[in-house]
Design a protein around this ligand. Structure first.
Ligand SMILES: C[S@@+](CC[C@H](N)C(=O)[O-])C[C@H]1O[C@@H](n2cnc3c(N)ncnc32)[C@H](O)[C@@H]1O
Length: 252
């Protein structure tokens, strides 16, 4: 149903097994709030199920769309020990711009995914596709990082120890033409202090401002209800680098 793009690589294919070690954003409760309100939700760019699995454990039905084969594999591995969890969950391949679940839902979320849309065409196609998957007055909630436009040399971005293995991550970025940025992530695995493996991931992210996102939401049939600057529901303040938008599908 969802043909695998053999060329898919947005910077997760070699490091998906390390994803959960380093994504420690405290946003699971935030997104669960919307899932609980709606009872069922689409999680687009669901990754390893970091948010979807806790939702399903609370009895929320979660329909996940994830284009990366490696991230889906990690997700499936986490589901394997508890087959009962799968009854509240569906995971399929697909892209935000073109997935087709064949029905509508009361809510949708994107966590850490919107930044992957590289231009307004892609953003608008994704938002329109999500809109057509929502019931009248359905909710969309998503986060994005503003003010990413800066070159940054490779520098430490987290370390985790598991038994006698240590993992280190380094992050760097470079601005590209056309309001895009290249992001480089290096992961090192160390055994008793010696680097035994090094993984490099390169990806691109799109740069966008708040006003432009607001315009795209309007064009794709959404009304903004609330804007937050953090996952504790605090209101967005000018200059905040995290923007979280709660929007509603406009009635026709
Ligand atoms: C930063 S990760 C976040 C994963 C998960 N949502 C979380 O918060 O743990 C971004 C995810 O978005 C996915 N992604 C990237 N481009 C996408 C697209 N065009 N459509 C849907 N998902 C996409 C990636 O494969 C990746 O799994």
């Amino acid at each position: 149903m969802y043909p695998e793009k053999l060329t898919y690589d947005k910077g997760y294919e070699r490091s998906a097994h390390l994803y959960d070690f380093f994504d420690t954003k405290k946003n699971v409760e935030f997104f669960c709030h919307y899932g609980s309100q709606a009872g069922e939700i689409i999680d687009i760019g669901a990754g390893t199920g970091r948010i979807a699995i806790p939702m399903a454990k609370r009895g929320i039905r979660v329909f996940c769309v994830e284009p990366s084969p490696a991230m889906r594999r990690e997700f499936q591995n986490k589901l394997a020990p508890d087959p009962a969890m799968s009854k509240n969950m569906r995971l399929c391949g697909g892209d935000a711009t073109s997935f087709d679940l064949g029905r509508t839902f009361p809510a949708a979320l994107l966590s850490g995914c919107f930044d992957h849309f590289l231009d307004d065409n892609e953003r608008l196609s994704a938002l329109c596709n999500i809109n057509r998957h929502l019931e009248p007055d359905g909710k969309l909630v998503f986060d994005l990082f503003l003010g990413l436009m800066r070159n940054a040399p490779l520098s430490p971005a987290g370390e985790v120890t598991v038994g006698d293995i240590e993992y280190r991550r380094f992050h760097g970025s470079k601005t590209l033409r056309g309001r895009k940025m290249e992001v480089v992530l290096i992961f090192e695995r160390l055994l008793r202090g010696v680097v035994v493996e090094r993984i490099e991931e390169r990806s691109q992210v799109g740069i966008i401002g708040r006003k432009e996102v607001q315009k795209l939401l309007k064009e794709s049939g959404f009304e903004i209800e609330r804007e937050f600057g953090d996952y504790d529901f605090s209101p967005y303040r000018e200059g905040d680098s995290l923007l979280i938008i709660e929007a509603q599908k406009r009635s026709q």
